[in-house]
Design a protein around this ligand. Structure first.
Ligand code: ZN
Length: 462
């Protein structure tokens, strides 16, 4: 079997061959204390970072397809938009460690009968259910009172082995607030919710009188600068108004009575630009989506991609203000430089090493065969992790890579996985997937005599 051969090849690269008995012990195979724990291949640095163009570059579109869920999924079409004016009823799926953002893909393996039944009913209706976050340390009845609707776009049922299971791919759609909830006799939770709408954007607030709002919000490339009828999808404006619009786009605060720095904190397009620039300054390896044309979608994409704890992520989900969401994200991105273990504060990763292994971004949701969904951040390099299992290619979220379990070397909490390429020449040669629920953002403080920010660093929380 190809997988087995790949696994054997990888096992040969381990430091020592071990007996099967030793596999059942919690043996620390490898301590990752800093970036130089292994020698890299010729075309890569020691941390697996890509360099040069030799070899096969990983196709970042693959993880977004969640191909590990298998073939034979039925693709569904259509789009449900729930009315924010009315209260509606939704079946709820409370989840550990998942705060779903609009636009984010949610893969699910469902085994529990009540959730399989719930999904079947969803498929007969508008294909929509609600996702809420179970509060840390509580049972499934205690969850956030805000959540996100998820719409199923791909599904597969399976009854092999006498167990009815369901595999689902859904997309986060609209935010909601729970007004009341009840548990049915089949244990499905039904909530009465109010769908939350984002406040309308007032772009270029001080000069909004000069141009219609829809024109101010139109993407630059859709605006023509003549009085003639535009091409398909273009907005037609007079020459005078087009000239003013172009000037405003070049320097929006120029006509504002507000001080420039104040104006720049409230213009959604300027904020979007600043957040995108800060993210790129954070890490040049981030693939940024929705940057130029839609501040609302961009604000959700950033919220989905930052490794924030549940509290902060819920705060970004809860607000109706896109501008506040962008301001908060700008604050977080500019303040934090690293991530540390949630349980013992051991430094785990640095912002420079975050990269996008998927077209969806650097942080995305993946489901394991046991049905547990991990919102996982990808990094080229980590510190203070121990690898405690051998590489396995089966059910890998990243085709062509084998995964090994990684835990915090100080407190032994589960942190995520190391992924190593199982195909010769595949780039990057290795990387790490760290679960969002295992880390928290922090500011690294160099200790005395540690000016280079090397091995001995301490994390400070906000
Ligand atoms: Zn720890």
């Amino acid at each position: 079997m190809a997988d087995q051969e790949e696994r054997n090849a990888l096992l040969d690269n381990e430091e020592e061959e071990e007996s099967d008995d030793e596999m059942f012990q919690l043996v620390v195979h490898e301590e990752i204390a800093d970036s130089d724990e292994e020698d890299g291949e010729d075309d890569e640095t020691g941390d697996g970072r890509e360099r040069g163009n030799d070899g096969e570059k990983f196709d970042r579109a693959l993880p977004a397809t969640h191909s590990y869920l298998g073939d034979g999924m039925d693709e569904l079409s259509g789009r449900t938009v729930l009315d924010s004016e009315k209260e509606i009823e939704l079946p709820l799926l409370p989840m550990y460690g998942v705060v779903l953002m609009p636009g984010e893909t949610l893969p699910l393996h469902l085994f529990m009968p009540q959730f399989v039944t719930m999904m079947k009913r969803c498929l007969e209706g508008n294909k929509t259910f609600g996702v809420c976050t179970i509060k840390s340390g509580s049972d499934t009845d205690e969850f956030s009172d805000v959540g996100t609707t998820a719409e199923i776009f791909s599904v597969k049922e399976d009854t092999s082995g006498g167990i009815h299971t369901m595999t689902v791919k859904a997309t986060g759609r609209q935010r909601f607030k729970i007004i009341s909830k009840r548990r049915q006799s089949d244990r499905v939770i039904i909530a009465t919710v109010s769908v939350l709408a984002d406040e309308p954007l007032v772009a270029r607030p001080a000069v909004a009188f000069a141009c219609p709002r829809e024109l101010m919000l139109a993407p630059c490339e859709q605006v023509v600068n003549t009085g003639e009828r535009g091409k398909d999808g273009c907005v037609t404006v007079s020459k005078g108004k087009a000239k003013m619009l172009q000037q405003l786009r070049r320097d929006p605060p120029c006509l504002s009575p507000l001080p420039s720095w104040v104006y720049r904190m409230f213009d959604p397009f300027i904020l979007t630009h600043r957040v995108a620039n800060e993210l790129l300054a954070w890490s040049q390896n981030m693939v940024i989506k929705h940057q130029s044309d839609n501040p609302t979608e961009f604000s959700y994409w950033v919220a989905a991609n930052l490794p924030l704890d549940d509290t902060l992520r819920l705060e970004l989900l809860m607000t109706n203000s896109v501008i506040y969401r962008l301001q908060k994200e700008l604050d977080v991105i500019s303040k934090y430089s690293s991530f540390c273990c949630r349980h013992c504060d051991a430094p785990i990763g640095h912002k420079d090493d975050v990269f996008s292994m998927s077209v969806d971004g650097a942080l995305a949701s993946y489901v394991n065969p046991g049905g547990y969904v991990h919102q996982t951040l990808t990094l080229y390099k980590v510190t203070n992790l121990s690898i405690i299992s051998r590489p396995v290619t089966q059910d890998s979220w990243f085709p062509g890579y084998a995964w090994s379990i990684a835990q915090c070397s100080r407190c032994h909490s589960h942190m995520g996985w190391r992924f190593t390429s199982s195909r010769h020449g595949l780039r990057p040669s290795k990387f790490y997937g760290i679960t969002r629920s295992s880390i928290k953002p922090a500011i690294v403080q160099p200790q005395n005599g540690d000016e280079e920010g090397g091995k001995s660093r301490m994390c400070r929380q906000s």
